[in-house]
Unconditional design. Structure first.
Length: 570
């Protein structure tokens, strides 16, 4: 039975097809049941179908989902993978519904693009579904695979309709892909607040791996040789990962994301040395071996799966209680996928059957008393600094992204981690104390510029503050034309000065309204100044000495933020 939000997505998908869209991209968070929706639509439409996956473990996952729903299905993948999937189906469901000539087939993209073009099944297919569909562009193998089915409509799923390289997923000229219509479901935070995903605790231990100044390649990701070098040069990463798991997650089912097999081997060895049974799982781990590991994991015979390039994207691991990030990534898509691994709920079979019948409050109450009241994410590589938090609502477009727009927005408020070693949770740098444990933020190391105090002018060096006050007094005082200046020069100086004062008057009124709003919602004066600094790129004192043009531009930006939040003067 579909959850209510899943049924709403299905209704919107059918509506988009009815409006004439041939290919649809549906956005739904990690853990929201995209494979369930896919299986429901395949079963409901009862059309010859190709379900395309881009990795062998995803071929197996989709096949298992179809097998669970007793959908006869073929497999377009290497024979060895076929045998492994059929064995898994028999072991997990007691029977395999594999049928080589079934009209519904699950296909690995690399095998499919080399498939016999004369196969009549290609022309019979009326529906093509793809998970992780942010990969699809016209000229790449996923786009070419879709084009092999001339009579089909398309349906893709992804957790985030973003590509690290900024390519657009819509059809040209809008983008570089094949999508006609974008359907965005509830965001991760919506599902957390309704009790369909677990809330989380994010922990950020001190790190000696800093990637913020590293160049991002054409793919939108850090250069992997640089990432590996940074991780292997770290003097603390292995010990810190194991230490903080034992401190915050001991005994819990966990995934650690490692940068490569060498790093994974070191981490697994350290876990096992500390009495935590750990096994390495990679993209090359055979499916039958992976299935055995997962069964041992669910039975808690293994507590740690150390992952290399797998278990992040599109893989269903429902039992995970927490993760450790030990590999930096510039890709928000990958970061969000990894972050979402432990957000699935841990429900009994009875709860799962009746979960949709409960109210949001009832679901949240049951989660609070469950074996996993919150997922735990430990970020050892400052991914949260680069990307922020992944559960906020985001805007998506099918158009290409300007390269500059793929960088972190200038008005996003950065995060810092709490200095309390028993907390270590990130929070906005604008706050005066950690909202999780109440420990005050550390004092600034230097106080000579607004940047060094995060825009809080209360913390400026007294001499610097006095200088800025003198500059403000010059703006607020009378015009000061040079002695002996010509009349026309004097008139021009007075005119410009008055224009500046008038623009400053309007700016300061708007600033006062904005500050009053932020104070009303509970911000302290120092926090308001820091928030203003990060939101608008100016500290409150420097803003009050801007010239007329710059003052009007800033006023307009502040007014737009007030309008967006429906704040008006009383």
């Amino acid at each position: 039975m579909l959850r209510d939000f899943q049924q709403q997505l299905v209704t919107r998908i059918y509506g988009a097809w009815a409006r004439g869209a041939r290919d649809i991209l549906c956005v739904s968070p990690t853990g929201s049941g995209k494979t369930v929706i896919m299986g429901y639509i395949v079963q409901h439409l009862d059309l010859p179908t190709a379900a395309i996956a881009h990795r062998q473990e995803l071929v197996g996952q989709i096949a298992l989902a179809f097998n669970r729903e007793q959908i006869p299905h073929g497999l377009v993948c290497p024979p060895a993978i076929q045998r492994q999937i059929i064995t898994l189906e028999q072991e997990m469901h007691g029977r395999s519904f594999y049928s080589p000539r079934a009209p519904v087939r699950v296909a690995g993209v690399d095998t499919l693009v080399n498939h016999d073009p004369a196969d009549p099944w290609l022309k019979q297919v009326g529906l093509v579904v793809q998970d992780e569909a942010h990969h699809r562009l016209i000229e790449n193998k996923w786009g070419r695979a879709q084009a092999m089915f001339p009579s089909s409509r398309g349906l893709g799923f992804t957790a985030h309709a973003l590509r690290a390289d900024g390519r657009g997923l819509g059809r040209p000229p809008l983008g570089d892909g094949i999508v006609d219509e974008l359907i965005v479901g509830p965001c991760c935070r919506d599902l957390i607040n309704r009790g369909f995903l677990s809330d989380y605790r994010l922990i950020a231990p001190p790190s000696d791996i800093h990637m913020q100044d590293e160049d991002v390649g054409a793919s939108g990701e850090y250069k992997q040789d640089v990432v590996r070098a940074r991780v292997h040069q770290s003097k603390m990463i292995v010990g810190s990962v194991v230490e903080h798991y034992l401190k915050f997650g001991a005994g819990k089912l966990w995934i650690t994301f490692a940068v490569d097999i060498e790093a994974a081997t070191e981490l697994a060895a350290e876990y096992n040395l500390k009495g935590v049974r750990a096994e390495i799982i990679t993209a090359k781990t055979p499916l039958h071996e992976r299935g055995q590991l997962m069964r041992q994991f669910r039975r808690r015979e293994i507590l740690q799966l150390v992952s290399v390039d797998v278990l992040g994207e599109g893989v269903d691991v429902p039992a995970v209680e927490g993760i450790s990030m030990a590999r930096p990534t510039a890709s928000f898509q990958l970061y969000g996928q990894q972050f979402g691994r432990p957000l699935r709920l841990m429900l009994t079979d009875e709860q799962n059957r009746t979960w949709n019948d409960r109210t949001d409050a009832q679901r949240l109450a049951e989660i609070a008393t469950s074996v996993k009241p919150k997922a735990i994410i430990i970020d050892h590589v400052e991914n949260y600094v680069h990307h922020g938090l992944p559960d906020v609502e985001r805007s998506y477009t099918l158009a290409r992204a300007d390269r500059r727009s793929r960088k972190k927005k200038s008005d996003e408020i950065p995060l810092r981690y709490c200095m309390n070693e028993d907390c270590l949770q990130p929070y906005e740098v604008t706050l005066s104390v950690c909202p999780n444990c109440g420990v005050p933020r550390p004092a600034p190391a230097r106080r000579g510029t607004p940047e060094e105090v995060d825009g809080n002018c209360f913390e400026l060096d007294p001499a610097v503050l006095a200088r800025m006050r003198r500059e403000q007094a010059l703006v607020d005082g009378p015009a000061r034309p040079p002695p002996g200046a010509a009349h026309v020069v004097i008139a021009s100086i007075h005119k410009n000065h008055n224009a500046r004062r008038e623009a400053q008057h309007e700016l300061r009124q708007t600033m006062a309204l904005w500050a009053g709003w932020r104070t009303h919602v509970g911000r302290e004066p120092a926090e308001v100044q820091r928030e203003f600094f990060y939101k608008f790129g100016r500290d409150v004192l420097s803003a009050q000495v801007l010239g007329a043009t710059e003052a009007e531009e800033l006023r307009a930006r502040i007014a737009a933020d007030l309008d967006l939040n429906r704040i008006v003067a009383a």
